[in-house]
Ligand binder design. Structure first.
Ligand code: ZN
Length: 392
């Protein structure tokens, strides 16, 4: 008891001393301290490698044995983290449902949403923080989501000081570029002209039922983007395979990065959740998505405007159950374990100090760190800024 009192006392004393210290600082000096560090980062990309991906399956690292037990399926991501960027293998998931845990990555607050919830969060997203505090129009802030359902809600919160008016441009290529639509377009000889773009615009609006303020660009920008996407729709290269929706999402996101160069680009993938019915297909999704992410990284590295000014965060929302596939050949996310509760975050960019960071962090730390790099404060986030990984 006495010890506690002593601790409280010394903490109070420390705070008092610190408080006194700040009041006697000359104001000019305080100004210097108040300035945020100058980072090279001008834009951030946050990729939720979602659908529930275990570190064991992506990187071969086993939390139980603390060893590299298996062959990694996300090989290029592993190489990116180990050789060029930073890895945080002890990143705690910040939610129990796909929806909540993914949302937490964008809000910086652990989110308790259930799997079936369609509610938007009260906690502002990284998109809103950046847009509001930097006074930007929507064209600088994009979200591309693999499924046109709950994930469209990642674009903005319902916080009274933030909300839709600061939301991201939200695109779900699954609604826009789904195979049935692509086939129909090709069958009818639809070319990427104005009429086709108009038709797709109407169709997308109907399919996604996104709130008008969610797709916040001015009309001409929206049209330009949709014309580009129509060209992709007519592209010779089809998106097939078990990660088809994620592959389309990565292709559209990469295109937006290259052409629009937004300050914030959020990407939400979720095909890995096929693991519920097929562990084998899930491993395939991991390696296919790994390649799609590598292609985006190659685009960034090859673009003189992007390569030295883009910071990328990549992480799943949570893992999956421990052990091997169940009797149906699937793997769920029901039983609490290290494999479910922890994921690996990879960070790459011009301000990143390379290395493996074994200390436990939270998936909710991504939003405040991304904001900090852009000189913005995630004022309602519960996560912390990962200063240890930033060279400043
Ligand atoms: Zn699931």
């Amino acid at each position: 008891m006495k010890k506690d009192t002593d601790c409280t006392f010394s903490r109070r004393s420390f705070l008092r001393i610190a408080g006194v210290g700040s009041t006697i600082l000359p104001s000019a000096l305080r100004g210097v301290f108040a300035q945020s560090p100058a980072f090279k980062t001008q834009r951030v990309v946050i990729i939720v490698f979602g659908g529930g991906v275990r570190t064991l399956d992506a990187f071969g690292f086993n939390y139980d044995t603390q060893r590299q037990d298996r062959t990694p399926n996300a090989r290029s991501l592993m190489e990116l983290g180990l050789k060029e960027g930073a890895m945080f293998p002890a990143t705690r998931a910040a939610g129990g449902s796909h929806y909540g845990a993914s949302l937490a990555i964008f809000t910086g607050v652990p989110e308790g949403m259930t799997e079936r919830s369609m509610q938007r969060t009260l906690n502002p997203t990284v998109f809103e923080y950046v847009r509001k505090q930097k006074n930007l129009d929507a064209n600088h802030v994009w979200l591309v989501a693999s499924s046109p359902g709950q994930s469209l809600n990642f674009g903005h919160s319902v916080h009274p000081d933030y909300g839709a008016r600061y939301g991201a441009n939200v695109l779900s290529p699954e609604g826009l570029l789904n195979p049935a639509l692509a086939q129909a377009a090709q069958r009818h000889g639809v070319q990427p002209d104005d009429a086709a773009a108009d038709a797709v615009h109407r169709l997308r609006s109907a399919l996604n039922a996104a709130p008008p303020e969610g797709f916040a660009s001015d009309a001409s920008t929206t049209r330009q983007m949709e014309r580009r996407l129509m060209q992709m729709l007519n592209d010779a290269k089809p998106f097939t395979g078990v990660n088809a929706a994620d592959a389309r999402t990565m292709a559209v996101a990469t295109d937006i990065l290259k052409t629009v160069k937004p300050l914030v680009l959020g990407v939400h993938l979720d095909n890995a959740d096929i693991a519920h019915t097929s562990y084998r297909n899930y491993l395939q999704v991991i390696s296919d998505n790994d390649r799609a992410i590598q292609q985006m990284m190659n685009t960034i590295k090859a673009d003189p405007q992007l390569k030295d000014s883009t910071t990328v965060f990549i992480l799943p929302e949570f893992g999956r159950d421990a052990g091997s596939p169940n009797k149906f050949g699937g793997l769920d996310h029901i039983s609490p374990s290290l494999h479910l509760g922890y994921v690996t975050l990879v960070v790459w960019g011009p301000d990143v100090k390379k290395g493996i960071y074994n200390k436990e962090i939270s998936a909710a730390d991504v939003c405040p760190t991304a904001c900090y790099l852009l000189g913005v404060k995630a004022e309602h986030a519960k996560g912390r800024v990962l200063t240890e990984v930033l060279a400043q």
